[in-house]
Design a protein around this ligand. Structure first.
Ligand SMILES: Cc1cc2nc3c(=O)[nH]c(=O)nc-3n(C[C@H](O)[C@H](O)[C@H](O)COP(=O)(O)O)c2cc1C
Length: 366
């Protein structure tokens, strides 16, 4: 075990010599071979979570953007993730922005990216998911809109129809900062229209005798109090199945790596933790205890994972910390959460959800 950890650390160091985008491509290639990956699933009823018909074996998921094209979900489940969110996927394949478009801020343990939804498009990824067969975890499909689309809401509707048979849940991503104007879909009227169309599409699929696939909305952390209230109101009114809080931020909290900090794009990793946790807690306070929320942004340890749960998250996702900590982090977080649950005399981790919400929700947004 110790040897594998050391090998992983050495592997990570070597990957960091490469350009971040190249290093990511190499990682995905390595994961495709499955070599050096050994099962590390931590299973215990105390950390499982049920959302509708879905049972998440553990709360830790791989956030969208890592496996954009659904090439390695099975290996990610083996590493120990309870759920994997593939995408963001757009109807037409897209190259995304010019390189370089992914930057490591090593001293800050952060990442800035401006990929702009590079992906293989619906058809290719749908075929890949059809071949996947049964997986040992929950598979989320994150959907978006093409940059040049003249009906952006229509692109999300297409996503629902294309992936209904292969997705365990949908993430509606209107929060990427790298597609100009996309975040405007978070404004109240536009959001109402978009979600009405998306949920109608989902219900049409269900009416054909298919599964009713939960739809979760992924929001940005760069929102005002009023903006949050609007989103919460629409989500409650239309009975969205859950929220994912949050995507990357276009703000720049104090950063050590001044040069990289000037790169345009969305910041993720440790400097995002505070803002995304405040937004999460405010959202929890607005929507009440029953709406499922996935907390994401800056989680990099068992402690930060526990903090997110206590701020109001039912489930968690990580991305940037995988770049700095490597795959052992997933099992480490799950083990920590299990230990904390027992230590606090709880029968389920879910009993801790929101236990420290008030303190976080009272913090200002900037
Ligand atoms: C390189 C990179 C690419 C990303 N691509 C997407 C994406 O395609 N769709 C999406 O919804 N989020 C995307 N994200 C955002 C993550 O899913 C997550 O919300 C964010 O990184 C915060 O989590 P973290 O601090 O653990 O990284 C991306 C993040 C990174 C670092």
């Amino acid at each position: 075990m110790k040897l594998m950890r050391t090998l992983n650390k050495v592997g990570l160091k070597s990957l960091h010599i490469l350009d971040p985008e190249v290093s990511h491509a190499v990682t995905v290639k390595m994961l495709r071979t499955g070599l050096g990956v050994w099962p590390k699933q931590i299973q215990d009823k105390a950390i499982s979570y049920t959302l509708g018909d879905l049972t998440f074996q553990n709360p830790v998921g791989m956030a969208a953007g890592f496996d954009k094209n659904a090439e390695v979900p099975k290996t990610l489940f083996k590493i120990g993730f309870g759920h994997v969110e593939v995408g963001t996927l757009t109807p037409q394949p897209q190259q995304g922005n010019q390189r370089p478009r992914n930057f490591r801020l090593t001293k800050d343990r952060a990442v800035i990216n401006r990929y702009g939804f590079n992906n293989d498009g619906h058809m290719v990824v749908r075929r890949r998911l059809e071949k996947l067969g049964k997986t040992n975890g929950i598979l989320g499909v994150n959907i978006g809109a093409n940059k040049t689309s003249d009906d952006r809401s229509g692109d999300y509707v297409k996503g629902i129809h294309r992936f209904n048979d292969v997705a365990d849940y949908f993430a509606v991503n209107i929060s990427s900062p790298n597609t100009p104007g996309l975040r405007d879909l978070q404004a109240k009227d536009q959001l109402h229209e978009l979600l009405s169309r998306v949920l109608t599409a989902r219900d049409e699929e269900h009416a054909k005798g298919k599964r009713k696939v939960p739809v979760l909305l992924k929001i940005a952390p760069d929102v005002t109090e009023e903006g949050l209230q609007d989103i919460a109101q629409v989500a409650l009114e239309l009975k969205v199945d859950g929220l994912i809080v949050s995507n990357t931020t276009i703000t720049r909290p104090p950063l050590k790596d001044q040069k990289q900090a000037q790169e345009a794009g969305g910041l993720s990793g440790e400097p995002l933790f505070r803002l995304s946790t405040i937004v999460l807690a405010k959202m929890r306070r607005l929507v009440g205890p029953d709406m499922p929320i996935i907390g994401v942004g800056g989680i990099h340890s068992g402690e930060t994972a526990w903090t997110k749960i206590c701020a109001g998250a039912n489930l968690l996702q990580i991305y940037s910390a995988m770049v700095y900590e490597g795959p052992d982090l997933v099992a480490d977080i799950n083990q920590y959460l299990l230990d904390k649950t027992i230590e606090n005399g709880l029968s389920s981790l879910q009993e801790a959800v929101g236990s420290n919400m008030q303190a976080w929700a009272d913090e200002p947004l900037s």
